[in-house]
Design a binder for this molecule. Structure first.
Ligand code: SAM
Ligand code: SF4
Ligand code: SF4
Length: 340
């Protein structure tokens, strides 16, 4: 039997995870991701024929698995805006070697789709929710969408048997007062809450360092009321640092891309909805896999293209973010294209 030789990049990081964006469209306009001034009525989203089809996505998933990918995360834009998403989940789940498929969603359409997603074999859902305060949440999502409906989506997912995690992007002066109410609520509900440091993704959110609440401050605030103890990472390349409430099994996670960069163990590749491959959230150029698919190239050709792409990878944006490297001034891909 052939021994599997892991595909490594220039910093010796294996390719293990693939994030697939299935649409660049979204029904929210979160200011930190798709501000209305840029993503307003005149913004040109991808035409339908540009999107990779389910067959193309399934074929690519198989090729990625043959190169070492074990986990696939479906994201967007808002992935539940892509029609028939459960069909895609089932198709990818049937690819031999896929160990885990997860979904990241804003939760707005989850109550409607949770059972079908579960029936299609999805096991894990991450729901993004930045506040339990209705007024603040409505302002943050830019569309006046009520908290209650996202909470209903989370409930429907839990009832359908999903392991649910909740992601909260924390911005100083915007929603940092929600840290404790969110921690209390999701501890009680038994869902893992993960705090994400606000990042300078894309080119349009006007990010400033002083709007970031460092993860250590978040831990300190929660610990003062509900004591926490750190947990060991459960896997190589885990993005979140985990803590458990003392005397309890409930835990939280912190994703600290700004204050504690984790580039040295970053195993993630990202595929945009139109089939461009990126190896970093902060990349400017993607490698066009759609052309290879549509030119009728063989699996081996596409595998070789991905192999050379990963071998050449040298990204470590978060480690050098606060330096004055000219590289950092390039135009970056938008988060809604590659999905975080
Ligand atoms: N629409 C889906 C959602 O919101 O969950 C999936 C795509 S969204 C781009 C994926 C994740 O990226 C969300 O959890 C979102 O909160 C996070 N995100 C978007 N912009 C961000 C930023 N500037 N800093 C940190 N996280 C961000
Ligand atoms: Fe949409 Fe998700 Fe971006 Fe918010 S974070 S605008 S929900 S893609
Ligand atoms: Fe990975 Fe790029 Fe994020 Fe570093 S900055 S962890 S290389 S995606």
């Amino acid at each position: 039997m052939n021994e599997f030789i892991p595909l490594l990049d220039r910093r010796n990081r294996p390719l293990r995870d693939l994030r697939i964006s299935v649409t660049d469209q979204c029904n929210f306009r979160c200011r930190y991701c798709m501000p209305e001034e840029i993503f307003g009525p005149d913004y040109k989203f991808l035409p339908k024929e540009s999107l990779l089809t389910f067959e193309e996505l399934t074929r690519l998933s198989g090729i990625f698995v043959s190169l070492g990918v074990e986990k696939i995360r479906i994201t967007g834009g808002e992935p539940l805006m892509r029609r028939e998403l459960p069909t895609l989940i089932r198709m990818i789940g049937d690819v031999q070697g896929v160990r885990d498929i997860a979904l990241t969603t804003n939760g707005s359409l989850l109550a409607r789709h949770a059972q079908a997603l579960r029936d299609a074999g999805l096991k894990r859902v991450t729901v993004s929710l930045d506040s339990l305060d209705d007024e603040r949440f409505q302002a943050m999502n830019g569309r006046g969408f009520p908290v209650e409906r996202v909470l209903r989506g989370i409930e429907a997912a839990a009832e359908a048997g999903f392991l649910v995690k909740v992601n909260m992007v924390v911005q100083k002066g915007v929603n940092d007062e929600d840290i404790l109410p969110m921690a209390r609520y999701f501890r009680e509900q038994g869902h893992i809450l993960r705090f994400i440091e606000y990042m300078d993704v894309g080119n349009s959110n006007g990010w400033k360092l002083d709007q970031v609440v460092p993860s250590q401050d978040i831990v300190n605030r929660i610990h003062a009321e509900m004591p926490l103890e750190p947990l060991q990472p459960s896997a190589y390349g885990e993005t979140a640092k985990r803590y458990r409430y003392v005397g309890d099994t409930a835990e939280i996670g912190l994703i600290s891309s700004v204050t504690q960069a984790f580039c040295s163990t970053c195993t993630r590749a990202r595929l945009s909805a139109e089939g461009k491959l990126y190896s970093c959230l902060f990349a400017s150029e993607g490698t066009d896999l759609r052309s290879l698919l549509r030119e009728g190239r063989s699996d081996d050709d596409i595998r070789e293209a991905i192999r050379s792409f990963w071998n050449a990878r040298d990204d470590r944006y978060s480690e050098i973010r606060l330096t004055n490297t000219p590289e950092l001034r390039k135009r970056k891909v938008e988060m809604s294209h590659i999905g975080g």
